[in-house]
Write a new protein. Structure first.
Length: 887
RNA sequence: AGGCCCGUAGCUCAGCUGGUUAGAGCGCUACGUUGACAUCGUAGAGGUCAGCGGUUCGAGUCCGCUCGGGCCUACCA
């Protein structure tokens, strides 16, 4: 796809009028790769900065959420790199156990093949082929975005290195007694044929039925009533529970009920789990098919009966009429039988929550099963602490409570999965079924004293390996230079929807295995939604594909859009209009550069500029640039990408293009020459491009390479040029105040023209009178500029003549003389309306300024500005009155 | 049931520790095209900051309640 790229000289101002991102974006991505600019060296004198990519599914496709996260990660990495950090963005992918295996199984199904037909080995071969086929997609897409990853350090969770880390972690936890194997109630997904963790179960509200069933009491004519949403589980009942304090059922204690249909004896047990208020206050207990009942069963030593199997069908133990039936068919059958035999008391509609398998969508079947569990309670406490004591920051902080709540209510993590794609559990069984957990078969064989061992067929939850990602990718468990240099990493950027799946587990395992947090800061982004704020989904057809967006608008526009929409604590509505808006910004930057290059003659970019000897417009833009540059680092340090983007956008478009470039025109044309305008233009452009580079890497590189003299900043690439900072020597309040007045005067005159309904070319004479002497001087010096920008005939410095239309802005009285022009009715009405507003404003201001409380309690500064404001409003009122009064 | 977030211009959103006249983008209106850019320029219209109460000299901002919307956690059979 790529013709060999040549390093031709890119200069000259023969630029197209419209910019075309396609023409240069991938060229630069290739060239950066050839120059190897993103590879980090270790050890290094530079301070380390490191971000681990949240590894996407190795065979997946990046969605806009990935694009958002990647844009931010790349922004941070490029910014730190330019600041002189040894900045590593480590890329990689996840094997994504269930998701990927499902994909391949579905693919096989089209050939009429099941994985069981192939057998484990052959099936895994297919999996690896699949991985090989799609693996390149992720890199290709990240390249499209302009990601500055160090691909020499790319990792995959099933790589040998990471697999070793997984085995090491497993063995350690096992030896510490934190990983155990046991028979417990788990969330079983019949369609997937595996257990899943609590997090992989999503509860959905379901319109169901509540069946009230009569159970005879043994040795009497009494019948008690129990309620259930799942009558089919009755077949596995082994008790009926009541609350120990429930007076109504005191007489039942020590006795038993008889299970209808089956006739089994069900002892009554007293357990506080029963809610006296709900239903009859009696609960049927099915220890093997309900998580609560499982606990009750344990407490009372009740037997369990497995009536539903792993395939979701009734087992032989369910009895002849049921064995082999699907669990939902069994429900219908049971209801029918109960009704026929007079046990069914009533059926009510009942809205309740039912756990569904997140991956397959079907209802979870709670089953008792032998699985591997990880006790994370101790690690959870540590993870809680590091947020509380500030060793790790969650941003936005509003997540702290959720973090706390989840970690304090955490249960053992079921880590085994009945799948083939993943890290096979490093446990081997001898012929007696004893388990030996070890790093390898050999080690297990030594422990067991035999090599007649069979490895546990199950694999680990995908998130088990992801939990080790921040350090396994750096070489852990070995003590590597990378690990020493980059761990703990700097920032984690991810969406809040995997806070528990992934972030919490990384923190827990990081603290446990390395004794340190895996990252200092977690930046939780919102979820990207469509223009209406609706979650994107394939079925709704509202999915925006980053590749399409890049093709339509360019990667830079997409990146800038995403970064500016990343406000804390909010989901992100993305629409094409916004991206088009930032593409226009790219075009603006392109054309501003085109203008500068075509007009600056021999001038060159200056590494530094001494403002002494420069005229006010030059000193103004340098001052503005310095202030904006000084605002970017703090914003990026706080991860406020939206604010950083907005400031740069407004500086470049507003200050630089709308004003400064316009201000240079009379100077460049020779109409009103000023010193070193070209140098200033180029230097401001250079720094602006550098400031924007982390957000818009391609465009800024493409343009920066064309600036004469850019080599003095960095010989090769803007990627490695220093990130600009504020230049205190450039900043001047006086110049900014004066130029601000000039800008406001110009704006006011233009508005006057429009208000008076004057054609743009109608003659106008201007009188300007500044209250501040320095402002007056600046206006006088720049008189040709003001004339150029306002297109007035003449400007006189001094008080307004009789009959002029007067106004006051920024302490400057602006008076326009318009020949015999009469004031129109419309304009007169507008002025009167404005005067009226001004009057109420003045009244309010006077009231406050005469308030003793305000004067004594408010800070002097506030009182001061209040007074100045009042004075200005009064003057403005005078001006307006005279304008209105004279008609 | 508990927790969290949100309600600011027609739309999507900023507004930091309370302090002048509440901002942006898009959209809308009028005008403008002999050269940086029509992916543009100039000027403008548009908001009782969901509601009520409180704290304060001062509240979009802090506190309480109400209404409306969203999300997350939870075993009510």
């Amino acid at each position: 796809m790529s013709e060999p790229s040549t390093i031709e000289t890119i200069s000259g101002a023969e630029m197209d009028k419209r910019f075309d991102p396609q023409s240069y974006e991938q060229k630069w991505q290739r060239r950066w790769a050839e120059m190897d600019v993103f590879r980090v060296e270790v050890p290094s004198d530079k301070p380390p900065f490191c971000i681990m990519i949240p590894p996407p599914n190795v065979t997946g496709k990046l969605h806009v959420g990935h694009a958002l996260q990647s844009a931010i990660q790349d922004l941070l990495t490029r910014w730190r790199r330019m600041q002189g950090y040894n900045a590593l963005w480590l890329p990689g992918t996840d094997h994504a156990g269930i998701a990927t295996q499902l994909m391949v199984e579905r693919h096989l199904a089209t050939e009429g093949v099941r994985r069981q037909d192939l057998g484990r080995e052959k099936f895994l071969e297919r999996m690896w082929q699949w991985k090989a086929q799609y693996h390149g997609n992720i890199r290709r897409q990240l390249d499209l975005l302009g990601a500055s990853c160090d691909w020499s350090r790319e990792r995959f969770t099933l790589d040998e290195g990471l697999s070793r880390a997984v085995r090491e972690a497993f063995v350690r936890l096992y030896r510490e007694g934190l990983i155990t194997r046991g028979e417990y109630m788990v969330n079983w997904s019949p369609a997937l044929g595996t257990a899943v963790s609590d997090l992989e179960v999503e509860s959905r509200q379901v319109q169901g039925k509540l069946y009230h069933v009569a159970y005879p009491v043994e040795g009497s004519d009494e019948r008690i009533v129990v309620a259930t949403t799942r009558p089919e589980t009755m077949l596995g009942d082994t008790a009926v529970a009541l609350h120990p304090d429930d007076e109504r059922y005191r007489h039942l204690q020590g006795r038993a009920a008889i299970l209808p249909i089956v006739g089994r004896r069900l002892p009554f047990v007293a357990d506080p789990m029963v809610d006296i208020e709900f239903g009859s206050g009696l609960v049927k207990i099915t220890p093997f098919h309900d998580p609560n009942d499982f606990e009750v069963g344990r407490r009372h030593d009740l037997p369990g009966i497995r009536v539903i199997g792993r395939d979701g069908r009734m087992t032989g133990e369910a009895g002849p009429g049921f064995a082999g039936l699907d669990r939902f068919e069994a429900r219908a059958r049971m209801v029918e039988l109960l009704r026929d035999q007079g046990y069914l008391v009533k059926i009510e509609d009942h809205v309740h929550n039912v756990g569904h398998s997140q991956r397959s969508g079907e209802p979870i079947e709670p089953l008792v099963s032998t699985q591997w569990f990880c006790d994370v309670s101790g690690m959870a406490r540590q993870a809680l602490e590091v947020v509380q004591d500030g060793r790790m920051k969650l941003l936005p902080e509003s997540w702290n409570k959720t973090w706390e709540h989840w970690l304090t209510n955490i249960k053992p993590w079921c880590i085994s999965r009945q799948l083939w794609w993943g890290h096979q559990i490093p446990a081997w069984y001898d012929e007696q079924g004893r388990a030996f957990v070890a790093h390898s078969f050999e080690e297990a064989a030594v422990q067991a004293g035999t090599d007649r061992l069979i490895q546990d067929p199950d694999v680990l939850d995908t998130w088990f390996s992801s939990a080790l990602w921040p350090f396994s990718t750096l070489g852990w468990p070995d003590d590597t230079p990378d690990l020493r240099t980059f761990y703990p990493t700097s920032v984690l950027v991810t969406a809040y929807d995997i806070l528990f799946f992934w972030v919490a587990r990384m923190v827990m395992s990081g603290l446990h295995f390395t004794g340190d947090v895996p990252f200092h800061t977690v930046h939780l982004t919102g979820l990207v939604r469509d223009a209406e704020g609706v979650k994107m989904s394939k079925t709704k057809g509202n999915v925006l594909d980053p590749e399409d967006l890049i093709a339509d608008y360019g990667a830079d526009a997409l990146r800038f859009t995403l970064a500016s929409l990343d406000s804390p604590g909010r989901d992100i509505p993305l629409n094409r209009d916004q991206i088009a808006g930032y593409r226009a910004f790219g075009n603006k930057i392109w054309n501003a550069t085109r203008f500068v290059l075509s007009r600056v003659g021999d001038a060159r970019v200056q590494p530094s500029i001494d403002p002494a000897g420069l005229a006010a417009p030059e000193r103004w833009i340098l001052s503005r640039l310095s202030r904006v540059a000084g605002e970017i680092d703090p914003r990026l340090e706080e991860l406020r990408f939206d604010e950083a983007c907005n400031r740069l956008y407004h500086f470049f478009w507003g200050d630089f293009c709308d004003w400064y470039i316009e201000l240079t025109k009379p100077a460049l044309s020779g109409e009103a020459p000023r010193p070193r305008v070209g140098e200033v233009l180029l230097t401001v452009l250079d720094r602006s491009l550098r400031l924007l580079h982390p957000m818009m890497p391609f465009l800024t590189e493409e343009l920066w390479q064309r600036l004469p003299g850019h080599e003095a900043i960095h010989p090769e690439t803007i990627c490695l040029a220093p990130y600009p900072k504020g230049e205190p020597a450039w900043e001047s309040d006086e110049v900014e105040t004066g130029m601000d007045a000039l800008i406001q005067v110009v704006t006011r005159v233009r508005a006057l023209r429009a208000e008076m309904g004057l054609p743009p070319k109608a003659k106008l004479d201007l009188h300007l009178a500044a209250q501040d002497e320095r402002v007056g001087r600046l206006l006088a010096e720049q008189e040709p500029l003001v004339r150029f920008l306002t297109r007035v005939e003449s400007i006189a410095m001094g008080p307004a003549p009789e009959g002029a239309r007067r106004d006051l802005v920024a302490g400057v009285e602006v008076a326009a003389v318009v020949g015999q022009q009469e004031m129109g009715e419309e304009e007169r009405r507008r002025l009167l309306k404005e005067l009226e507003k001004l009057e109420t404003e003045i009244a309010r201001s006077e009231e406050r300024l005469s308030n003793e409380q305000f004067l004594s309690k408010a800070p002097a500064q506030v009182v001061e500005t209040g007074r100045a404001r009042l004075a200005e409003m009064k003057e403005r009122r005078e001006s307006l009155r005279s304008s209105v009064g004279q008609t």
